[in-house]
Design a protein around this ligand. Sequence first.
Ligand code: GLA
Length: 452
Amino acid sequence: MNDLIEKTHQAFFDYFAEKPSFLVRSPGRVNLLGEHTDYNGLPVLPMAIDHSIVIAGCARNDNQFHVVAHDFNDENVTFKLGVSIPKHPQGHWVNYVKAGIKGLLDKMERKDVRACKGCDLYMMGDIPYGSGLSSSSALVVASALCFLQANYIPFHRSPLAVWMAEAEYYVGTRGGGMDQATCLLGESDHLLKLDFFPLRATQIPWDPNYSVVICDSGVRAQKSENALQAYNFRSAECRLGKLLIDSFLKRSGQSFSWERLGDLLQKPHNYTYSDLDELARRSLKEVYSFDELISELGDKKAAVKILKDCSIGPASTYSKLEFSCGKRFRHIISDGWRVEQSRESLMNQDMKKFGECMLKGHQSARDDFAISCKELNDLVESAMESGSLGSRLTGAGFGGCTINLVPKKKVNNFVKKMESTYYRDRAASQDPRILITQPSNGAEILICSQFD
Ligand code: GLA
C-alpha cells in the first residue's frame, strides 16, 4: 500500500470507527500534446500521473452517501441517491462526487436506482487543486467507482470513461473526455494516444530516460470559476466555426453531413490534416463580430443556440463579443497534427523532436487559441533556458501548470535552475511547485479484505 492509501484507510477508521471495505485510487493527468482538440474530435496525448485522489469506503444499508473530505477540513456532506440529486452551490467539492454517481444513475432504470446502496466515504488527495492536473475529473471517476463497487456492478473502462465525461456536465463543464479517459485507461510507462467519437486508446511506450516535470504557475484555474467560462467560450467558438465551414461548403455546392472536425478525417470523408487546414483557411476569417457571424451564417437562431448551450450570456452582451474562429481552428488542426507527429517521434525515440513539438504546441495555444497567460509563458521561457527539451502549458490553460520534458539525469539541475529563476521571487505556496512524474497506472479499486 502506498502512503496516501494507508493514510486514507486509517483516516476512514478514525472517522467512522470501522474498517473500510474498499479503497479507490484515481489519478490526475497531464497532457503532452493536443490541447482543446478532444471536443473537436481530434486526438490527444496524455498520461496519468502518480498523484491521485484516494477514497476509502464501505457500502451502507440505505441509499445515503456520507462523504468526508480530509482536504477540506474534514467537511462532511450527506445526500441521498435518487433520480434527481440536487447540487450544492457552484464550486463545492461534493458536486464532483455527485456528478460521478448521478452520471451512472442516469444510465440505469428508475426501479434500479431506488434499490441502490449508498456508502460511507473518506477522501484524501495529493493532486494540487485547481492547478489544471484534473483533480476534479479524478474525483468524479473515483466516486463512480465507489458506487459501482458498493453495488457490485461490473464495468468496462472505455464506456465508463465516456459516461464520466458526460457526467461532468452536471458541474457545467462541457469538456471533451480526455481527462476521464486518461484517469481510467492510463498505464505506467506509457503515454495514451486517445481518439474520440468513438473513444479509442493506444498505449505508446515512454522512454524511461526522460521525466515529465510539472511546474505550477501558481495561477489557479478553477473549473468552476472564470476558467470554466473561458473554456466554454472556446468550445462555442469551435462550434460556430463548424457552422461557418458548413455554410462555406453549402455555398460552394459541397454540402455533406459531419459534426466535428475529426469526423472529416474518418470514412467516408478521409481528409488529411493538410486538407483540413486548407478547408479552414478557405472558409474562416480570423475574427468575427456577432453581426458578421449572423450575416455569414444567415441563421441567428443556430448561433444563439450554441452560445446558450455553452452558457455564454446574457444575450445583451453578444454584440460586444468577438469570435476568433479562424485562429482557433488553426490551433486545433495543427495541434491534432502535432499529436500524430510526436507519437511518431516517440516510436522513433527522437525525444528532441518530441520536445520541439511540445514547444510549438505552446506557441499555438498561446497565439492562436489564446489560453495562456504571462506566468505560463514565463515558465516556458525559464524551462527552455534551464535544460528542458520541450515545454508547454497543459490542460485547459488560463493558469495551472506547464509540463517539461527533461532527461532524467538533468532533472536535479533543471529543478535548481527553475527555483532560482521563475520561482526565485515568488512566495512559497503550500502546494509543491515542481512535481517530477512518470506515466502511471489508471484508476483502481482495492478490496481491503485482500490486504488486511
Ligand atoms: C480540460 C477538459 C478536457 C480538454 C482540456 C483541454 O481539461 O476537461 O476535455 O478539453 O481541458 O485540452
